[in-house]
Write a protein that binds this ligand. Structure first.
Ligand SMILES: NC(=O)c1ccc[n+]([C@@H]2O[C@H](COP(=O)([O-])OP(=O)(O)OC[C@H]3O[C@@H](n4cnc5c(N)ncnc54)[C@H](OP(=O)(O)O)[C@@H]3O)[C@@H](O)[C@H]2O)c1
Length: 283
């Protein structure tokens, strides 16, 4: 089947010149046996950026959908992340190669350290292994996820390669403006995970009021807020209609009052773990 032409999703230049689509599709919690179908549907809608991870157990199915889509590999941006149980250099390189082979790719667009695990691992040593992967050309860019400024500073002191992105939890109940400013000051693009707070922000009265004003859904208003702040997002949905809804963000705008009102919903409302406390290593 011929691929649908991608609607105009803006791209953002990473600090090494690689362009990343600002809107993608996340596959966390999509079971492996449903991931190829979900990814195919997302690609049909027009998504050209997929966010997976070794930990999600569905890299192979993402790869399958991309390969079978009929869309040139170079037109689809694929991110994966290092599992928390890959701590040693050789194991990191092996697991990366295994992921590529499972996906049927010869490169990834972006590869991230998933969590810093500050009390359980040497994340600087793990970063050095990612640098080797980057130098080999098998990842076009490398970055981190769930890093706080003090974790990033430790990398800056030990490495010449700046992370291209920092993927962290951000939504209207956890706006993370200090961390975003730190990233921006160091030429690191911020990616916002759980951009609609896994659905938790959608019933908020302020978001509902703005959705009514604009004739858009609460999810579209929230995702558009991220887009106008300049972060990269990849909402997850298992429904074709909601995937399409989440993709329709580029024909309306929030005004300054609406942007400010959503940012004011901040309440330190983390859904996920605190990166400074999280040291979980799966067996
Ligand atoms: N780096 C990390 O540590 C980390 C952690 C978490 C997530 N992530 C990444 O971020 C991506 C997105 O985060 P997330 O999946 O946690 O949360 P999310 O995208 O904020 O929310 C997903 C939830 O919202 C529902 N939903 C989606 N679109 C909707 C809409 N238009 N209206 C109403 N409900 C809607 C989905 O249900 P349905 O599926 O039923 O539509 C699902 O329950 C993940 O897939 C993953 O790629 C990264």
């Amino acid at each position: 089947m011929a691929a649908t032409p991608a609607p105009a999703v803006p791209t953002i230049a990473l600090n090494n010149g690689v362009e990343i689509p600002q809107l993608g599709f996340g596959v966390y919690q999509i079971p492996p046996d449903q991931t190829a179908e979900a990814t195919r549907t997302a690609l049909d809608i027009g998504y050209r950026h997929i966010d997976t991870a070794q930990m999600y157990g569905n890299e192979a199915e993402v790869g399958q959908a991309v390969r079978e889509s009929g869309i040139d590999r170079s037109e689809i941006f694929v991110t994966s992340k290092l599992n928390n149980n890959r701590l040693e250099r050789d194991d990191i390189l092996r697991s990366f190669d295994q992921g590529l082979s499972d996906m049927g790719f010869d490169y990834l667009d972006l590869f991230l350290i998933h969590w810093p695990l500050p009390a359980a691992s040497d994340y600087v040593a793990r970063w050095k292994a990612l640098e080797e992967i980057y130098a080999s050309g098998r990842a076009k860019a490398i970055g981190v996820s769930n890093f706080q400024p003090h974790h990033l500073r430790n990398l800056f002191g030990a490495s010449d390669v700046r992370p291209a992105v920092n993927q962290v939890e951000i939504h209207p109940f956890l706006v993370q403006d200090e961390l975003r400013a730190f990233d921006a000051d160091h030429e690191i693009v911020t990616e916002a995970w759980s951009p609609i707070g896994q659905g938790q922000v959608l019933g908020d009265p302020v978001i509902s009021r703005i959705a009514q004003q604009l004739g858009r859904s609460p999810a579209q208003v929230t995702l558009r807020w991220h887009i106008q702040r300049g972060d990269v997002i990849f909402p997850k949905s298992s429904s074709k209609d909601r995937m399409a809804e989440n993709f329709a963000l580029f024909d309306f705008e929030l005004d300054q009052e609406q942007m400010t009102a959503i940012t004011a919903l901040d309440r330190a409302g983390r859904i996920g773990p605190d990166p400074d406390q999280f040291n979980w290593i799966p067996s």
